[in-house]
Design a protein. Structure first.
Length: 339
């Protein structure tokens, strides 16, 4: 037996305690007291108040940035994204307090909310976006596309009368321009729950009565779409402007010509300037967040929205590469927040 073991046993037989044992006991007591004080402190503080947001992946970077600076130990805004449509479904079931949206709420969604007792829906404009058509950085040939060419790429109509008689659905790049590669166009885009999907159909396909092809890879996560386009040499996709600006080392935008001289002469690239002045048409759009009468009774919800419209909130919109509101627009939105 070691000397240390003999010392402990000997001390025990004498009814005394060694200095080492006293030190260990002291440490244990201190730890227990410290832990008790720790838990007592936080129990006294209580659980943090939580506000839940879900919806558009396009709007997510804005409300997530707001939440990061707004949150404290005692107030937590939790932001997720599942697509505008899925976000409204959760909102109308009362599962979230605010709903991010890259399109206005539909009447059918309002009806669902009302049926579930979620009433007094208020729409808040928070920024502007330019829905960006992109190709991988290595694509040097497709610099410009017209709205009609976009329609031909995305329509399911194979008749000559498709896209306002511009021509049928195309599947290869050289069908748009004979100097372009004889390669299949690999398409990537938001899923059907996305407001970006709805908006794209509305401005590119609906005017000519066309329906969208099912021959594309869908995702509600714009980061997945970025990587998919970047990794496909002959890929083409679309999503919000912020995801373009954050990934210019992997993808590049395609200039769009809407054929309307009032919106500029020829193809226009998305930028803060062209989105703000409306010349990047028809793919510039507003972005929203929605609240209900019940959620807007909560002081924390109102404080969060007011923060979004402060100078710092506006700066965060710009840092996320979206286009901020004018002073008059901000004033109009703040006026919607209940006192």
């Amino acid at each position: 037996m070691s000397g240390e073991g003999q010392s402990i046993q000997k001390g025990s037989r004498r009814g005394g305690v060694s200095p080492r044992t006293l030190a260990i006991v002291g440490l244990i007591v201190a730890a227990v007291v410290g832990a008790s004080a720790y838990f007592a402190f936080f129990a006294g503080q209580g659980a943090p108040e939580i506000v839940r947001i879900d919806g558009s992946s396009t709007v997510y970077p804005i409300t997530s940035a707001w939440a990061t600076e707004f949150n404290t130990q005692q107030r937590q805004v939790v932001v997720a994204f599942s697509g505008t449509g899925s976000g409204f479904a959760k909102f109308c079931r009362g599962e979230t307090d605010l709903s991010d949206a890259s399109r206005p709420i539909k009447q059918s969604e309002l009806d669902t909310c009302t049926a579930n007792g979620v009433t007094g829906i208020t729409e808040f404009l928070i920024a502007y976006d330019g829905l960006s058509v992109v190709v991988p950085i290595g694509n040097t040939f497709a610099q410009n596309l017209t709205v009609k060419q976009l329609c031909r790429i995305w329509t399911q109509n194979t008749s000559a009368g498709a896209c306002g008689s511009a021509g049928p659905h195309v599947t290869r790049w050289d069908e748009l321009d004979p100097t372009w590669p004889n390669q299949d166009i690999k398409l990537f885009g938001p899923g059907t729950d996305s407001g970006t999907y709805d908006y794209f159909i509305e401005v590119i396909l609906t005017p000519t009565g066309d329906r969208i092809t099912s021959n594309f890879f869908p995702s509600e996560d714009d980061n997945i779409l970025v990587q998919a386009v970047a990794n496909e040499p002959y890929g083409l996709g679309y999503f919000g402007f912020a995801y373009l600006e954050a990934n210019l080392d992997k993808i590049r935008p395609v200039a769009i010509d809407d054929g309307n001289p009032a919106n500029g002469d020829g193809p226009i690239l998305p930028s803060e300037t062209t989105i703000k002045d409306g010349t990047y048409a028809p793919l510039s759009r507003p972005l929203f967040i929605y609240g209900s009468a019940k959620s807007l009774e909560r002081a924390m919800v109102k404080d969060f929205l007011r923060f979004g419209y402060t100078a710092r909130g506006t700066a965060l919109v710009e840092l996320t590469k979206y286009v901020s509101l004018t002073a008059a627009e901000i004033q109009a939105q703040v006026a919607k927040i209940p006192p």
